[in-house]
Design a protein around this ligand. Sequence first.
Ligand code: GLY
Length: 378
Amino acid sequence: MDETWIDGAISAVMAKLDAVAARTDSVFPYTTVGGKFDDWEKINPSWWTNGFWGGILWQIYHINPKQEYADLAIRTEEKLDGSLMDPYGMDHDSGFKWVPTAVAHYKIDGNEASFRRALLAAENLAGRFNPAGNYIRAWNDANDGTQAGTAIIDCMINLPLLYWAYENTKDPRFYHIAVRHADTTEKYFIREDGSAIHIVQFDAQTGEFIDSVGGQGYEKGSSWTRGQAWAIYGFALSFKHTKNEKYLDASRRVADYFISQMQNNGAVPVDFCQPRDVRREDSSAAAIAASGFLTLSDILKNIGNDFEEASKKYRDASISLLEFLYENRCNFDENCDYILENCADSYHSERGQMSLIYGDYFFLEALLKSEGKELRIW
Ligand code: GLY
């Protein structure tokens, strides 16, 4: 597969982000309005995507260590402290919020305050574990228990915060909670055909499986593509941290399903089960899957020669997703804050096709990873 375009793509993305960083404060963007980042500091300072602008800044700082990038990233990380003090703002998405900010910062320069933030967030995430069902509770409610039994596939990519805490404190609680949640996810979320369910409802008292619920995808029983991407990447990361082959197998099964569902036009739909004539895409799912495929490919390559072919298959899948995005879905106008077009927050969202900050984060991360240049944070 041709990879000669990647250097040019990285240069274009770096130039664009340099221009955006020069005019952007330590905001919490979710999407853009009229090409300009919105700011969730006032809308919801605990929103799950509030760490991704900081993550973008640390990734570009890793390639080009301009102090301005670090200063902005640090201010973003500090602004998240309000969320750490809010029990109703703290949910299972602590990985999304503090891995690209505090953990990234700690990896860069060993900053003590970042270590404390990440550890507090990990302690809170561990505290959401329900031993009755061996799952991490996803969301909060008004103290009526209605969300006590909800677990979601996205949580697989929050687990690296627990692995980080285990590796940095040597306290096995973090490890055991992460693997029990991963085991539950493998058992209840991955279907026979390799597709992944978005939401599962457990009985929070007994731990029994109740049902799956339709989430951000097309309908109950369908295959929301961003959920597939979280599963591919999340299980690959659980293998990376535990070496348990069950997780590698789960990542590969979902990856193979994802590849089998791709249509010839190269775009990733919002849901693999949506009607074929609906042209509704999610470029963020493509970017997350591309990054996950690369991690999976690198893992297999490092295991040994027997997996060379499989490693190449997942790398090629990643490169072709990235090339499609680069050629067809990137906005390189330096006056506009976003990069990836045609993302979707959910299939039925009234917002339709939009930009999403995490789409840009994972596109950047995957491009850098394809050349071994990313800051490894997960
Ligand atoms: N983690 C929520 C989403 O992927 O939309």
